[in-house]
Design a protein around this ligand. Structure first.
Ligand SMILES: [Zn+2]
Ligand SMILES: [Zn+2]
Length: 284
């Protein structure tokens, strides 16, 4: 394995960082600086949980500490499941795999970005948007290399170690982006297919003002696919959604805002201009 996220710490931390929230009895959302990770599993069964995404570079100790608080000392997850491979979702993955020796799963199309074969397109600092978009060229776009520690999600839609859940392919933000849905209670873990904060605005990222939005724009390379993915998620009629960025959203507010985003994605989410907006470079 090769940890390309080493020394890539980004000096940005929101006011909710470290303040976890139980969205369901067995879904715990933990904000790390400016991104969320999820612990899925019952606290009564401390050896049967799963970690979804691994936060910012350098945050492994924070995740381990929070896991110990929730599940007791020295418990480890059965697996790590990734929504996609951007630096703010795989920041601690190499450290955690070294420590826990657990398998990692991601969509087949995301594997080149997790095995050192392909880097993401560079973040677009010219895209229409706020200060975080302007700062985005400092964000790493290099692939991590998990070697044979990462495996593809099963093609039939199930998720290893997450019974009752299924993965939904939601490309656009990245080619192999996935979201996770539990039909029983309509819980949704979105990843970055849509988010509940204006991720390109520094002020709103730091204060975490809640507002539904399309995927983070400086990293999104195929806007038509991203729109189709939002439509797909809206059709699932989720009643609780944990997004990769921003606070969890529930109930009527989620239904109303997601319906609106799905219907008016061109106006609300697609930037007026940017390197990946016209589609020319969107198939890299
Ligand atoms: Zn992302
Ligand atoms: Zn993200």
């Amino acid at each position: 394995m090769e940890d390309t996220m080493e020394n890539k710490w980004i000096p940005m931390t929101s006011i909710t960082s470290g303040k976890g929230q139980e969205v369901r009895r067995d879904i715990y959302c933990l904000p790390i600086q400016i991104v969320n990770v999820c612990f899925i599993g019952d606290v009564d069964r401390p050896n049967e949980w799963v970690l979804v995404d691994t936060g910012m570079p350098g945050c492994a100790d924070k995740i381990i500490e929070a896991a110990n608080d929730r599940f007791g000392e020295n418990n480890q997850p059965k697996a790590i499941i990734l929504t996609h491979g951007h630096f703010d979702h795989v920041g601690a993955v190499v450290d955690l795999v070294e420590r826990w020796k657990v398998p990692v799963y991601a969509h087949e199309l995301e594997l080149p970005f997790l095995t050192g074969k392909l880097n993401y397109p560079e973040p677009d600092g010219t895209v229409e948007g706020g200060l975080v978009a302007k700062m985005s060229p400092m964000f790493p776009n290099e692939s991590v290399n998990l070697g044979n520690h990462v495996a593809p999600l099963p093609s039939e839609g199930t998720i290893p170690e997450m019974p009752g859940w299924r993965w939904v392919h939601t490309p656009g933000h990245t080619p192999g982006h996935v979201s996770f849905f539990r039909d029983e209670d309509r819980s949704l873990i979105v990843g970055d297919a849509f988010v509940t904060v204006r991720q390109d605005s520094l002020y709103e990222v730091l204060t975490q003002k809640q507002e539904i939005n399309g995927p983070p724009r400086y990293f999104t390379t195929d806007w038509q696919e991203a729109w189709d993915s939002v439509k797909k998620l809206e059709a699932l009629k989720p009643v609780a959604a944990v997004t990769g960025h921003g606070l969890p959203m529930m109930g009527e507010e989620l239904a109303r805002d997601l319906r609106k985003l799905s219907a008016e994605f061109d106006r609300l989410a697609i930037p007026d201009y940017g390197r990946y907006v016209d589609g020319e470079q969107s198939k890299q």
